[in-house]
Design a protein around this ligand. Sequence first.
Ligand SMILES: Nc1nc2c(ncn2[C@@H]2O[C@H](COP(=O)(O)OP(=O)(O)OP(=O)(O)O)[C@@H](O)[C@H]2O)c(=O)[nH]1
Ligand SMILES: [Mg+2]
Length: 152
Amino acid sequence: MKTGRVMLVGAVGSGKTTLARVLNKEEAGAVKKTQAMEYSASSIDTPGEYVENPSYYRALFATSLEADAVVFIQDATRNRSIFPPGFAGAFAKPTFGVVTKIDHAQADVDRAREFLKSIGLSGGIHAVSAFTGAGMEDLRKILNWDESFEGR
Ligand SMILES: Nc1nc2c(ncn2[C@@H]2O[C@H](COP(=O)(O)OP(=O)(O)OP(=O)(O)O)[C@@H](O)[C@H]2O)c(=O)[nH]1
Ligand SMILES: [Mg+2]
């Protein structure tokens, strides 16, 4: 089965919107802060505030029903995780982890992987840089990304 649409969940500034653009083979460029759920054919981009504030969890669970998979984003430069333990298990969809910003001088990919392991993903963890493109082709393969969605 192709992954029709992925929902991206992660802290404020973790790189969700930039990742969505690069998955779609758009320029990483300068992105604005995400203010509300943003739907496209290929992704549902969420504001970081939603996962940083438990009163929004229900909105995330409800919106995930419109996605084929949920991708949890951990910024490799952050020394903490905002996900509660086992969080991925609360979503009734396949779940994957993505470590972002691995190009950054302060990136610690192993630490980021450990954070993601504690949330109980059903799928794998993948490390990428939206800036250099490192890992992006592999990520498309892991998500079984449907190329027909690109640019939509
Ligand atoms: N070094 C590096 N910086 C990145 C990368 N991806 C994103 N960034 C930077 O991280 C910052 C936040 O990126 P966004 O894509 O806006 O993050 P977001 O998760 O959508 O943030 P919210 O919309 O506020 O929840 C921006 O300054 C990006 O340029 C990357 O692969 N490498
Ligand atoms: Mg955003």
